[in-house]
Design a protein around this ligand. Structure first.
Ligand SMILES: [Zn+2]
Length: 378
């Protein structure tokens, strides 16, 4: 990964390049910001630059032995720590190395992914992921070994907020007495959950959401989308390239999602409880990932319909059939119910995520909508 391959974030790139060329890279950096803003790709670009054998190269040369090993994520001085679960049937404490194969695969496919994608890759649904204490012992051991290439060592810690207390305290000790020529890059979605003492040991760089133009440009170049499609998807991705990629994955599901949304709203409005029961049964047969995607999709349409009422087309993104539906439906989503309806979608998504019985969750969800749609139209 080179800086040129990281989408947007030009200010941060310039800042990091300056640190590299002035040889003032701090021993611990904290990259924070929303998922999908490019923290992990940026960390990989920085690591590759530091491990490049060309001295103080602000862009990895791409051809030296260091760069070749970094490209395969197999550089002996590039270490990764990330949250895991205990693999079934394995004795002892789990560590990142137990899942390093899956981690490398995912990163090599694309470093733009989020926590749920990582869960799917570890083939788990609903277990708490964590960085365990054993990991911090291993960090210490790895850093005690001399750099194999005589240069920098880089330790990328993804989601340090998932460290348990013992792991976090041990990491703090390491950060307090950092080994020479070692750079820690902590990548956090929720830096407020980190120990203040860890925060104070790091130099924090906040990643803003990506601009729509940057997302659209990347979608056109990397995913061969037309200019119009790329712009439309960028518009609904809320500054996250991960969300943009999810939109692409929805692809063929979109029409089913739209139809399910329309039925749901019509049946809720006409208080057709028996039909809503059937609706919930039908969706319960979809599988959890698809159900969650539907609920995310529906939540977006709720917000879009609310915005529709303000007659500001530049703030609205709706496809043709969605927009036609909104001409009559939008008025049912208004300031009296938009927040509660949106929360109801999010709660159902979270319940499904936590393995609750989908049939019950979805029927219950539909019943709540009857009340909320009515509330908005009294
Ligand atoms: Zn190189």
């Amino acid at each position: 990964m080179s800086f040129n391959e990281v989408i947007g974030q030009e200010n941060i790139k310039a800042n990091l390049r300056r640190l590299i060329s002035s040889q003032h890279v701090p021993h611990a950096l904290l990259f924070s910001g929303t998922p999908g803003s490019g923290k992990l790709p940026m960390a990989l670009a920085l690591a590759s630059s530091l491990l490049c054998k060309e001295e103080n190269h602000t862009e990895p040369c791409g051809i030296c032995s260091g760069c070749r090993m970094s490209q395969k994520l197999a550089h002996p001085d590039l270490h990764f720590v990330f949250p895991v679960i205990k693999p079934e049937g394995k004795a002892g404490k789990p560590v990142s190395d137990d899942y390093i194969r899956q981690w490398r695969e995912l990163l090599l496919e694309s470093p733009y992914f989020d926590r749920s994608e990582w869960l799917r890759r570890m083939k788990i649904n609903n277990q708490q992921i964590m960085i365990y204490e054993a990991e911090s012992d291993l960090i210490q051991q790895k850093l005690n070994i001399m750099s194999s290439q005589g240069g920098y060592k880089v330790m990328i810690i993804w989601l340090p907020e998932t460290m348990n207390m013992a792991a976090a305290n041990k990491l703090l000790k390491i950060l307090e007495e950092p080994p020479q020529k070692t750079v820690f890059i902590l990548i956090s979605d929720e830096p407020d959950k980190l120990l203040p003492t860890i925060l104070s040991r790091t130099q924090r760089i906040d990643f803003p959401p990506l601009s729509e133009a940057d997302i659209a440009e990347a979608l056109e170049a990397r995913n061969a989308l037309s200019h119009e499609d790329a712009r439309d998807i960028a518009h609904i991705s809320e500054g996250s390239y991960v969300k943009a990629l999810q939109q692409l994955q929805w692809g063929d599901d979109r029409e089913d999602f739209f139809n399910a949304f329309v039925s749901l709203m019509r049946l809720s409005y006409s208080r057709a409880v028996r039909d809503l029961h059937n609706w919930a049964d039908e969706l319960a047969s979809w599988g959890r990932e698809r159900q969650k995607n539907f609920l995310r999709y529906g939540n977006r349409l709720v917000r879009e319909n609310f915005i529709y009422n303000f007659h500001s087309p530049h703030m609205n993104f709706l496809s043709g059939s969605e927009a036609t539906f909104s001409t009559r439906f939008a008025r049912f989503i208004n300031e009296k119910n938009v927040i509660s309806i949106s929360q109801t979608f999010s709660e159902a998504e979270s319940d499904i995520e936590h393995n609750a019985n989908a049939r019950i969750v979805l029927f219950d969800f539909a019943l709540k909508l009857i009340v909320l749609i009515k509330q908005g139209n009294q």
